[in-house]
Design a binder for this molecule. Sequence first.
Ligand code: C2G
Length: 133
Amino acid sequence: MKKVITYGTFDLLHTGHINLLRRAKEELGDYVIVAISSDEFNALKKKEAYYSFEQRKAILEAVRYVDEVIVEKSWDQKIDDIKKHEVDVFVMGDDWEGKFDFLSEHCDVVYLPRTVGISTTKIKKDLNLANNG
Ligand code: C2G
């Protein structure tokens, strides 16, 4: 079994997230683990998620491409996660290109093109405009 892991907040789940998860499952391996940022870690990332960790976890667990959801609590847990879960491939969108190359000692590191034109920030902005004219 080829295991893939990815990390993120995954708030207001959208097709950009889904495209990454689908490619992880269909192209990179056959078991996909998603490490979802806790609410506390989001604060460290200066990100405020609309959905709580529990809600984001429940949503991701319902995605057909996701086999397991774990929590991301810090920047420093990736190597331990890779070892503990016997991960073969680490994947992120290419907005992170190069940032996690140090993991290549432990597993393959893949950066996939981000889906253009969609983001949680854009969704919030568009909704705000729609509501406030
Ligand atoms: N993504 C994408 N296309 C988009 C938007 C997001 O491919 N249009 C990808 C990102 O590149 C990332 C994943 O979806 O790989 C999750 O995105 P975020 O929730 O924004 O993740 P981020 O806040 O960047 O957290 O330790 C790593 C961090 O937790 C990453």
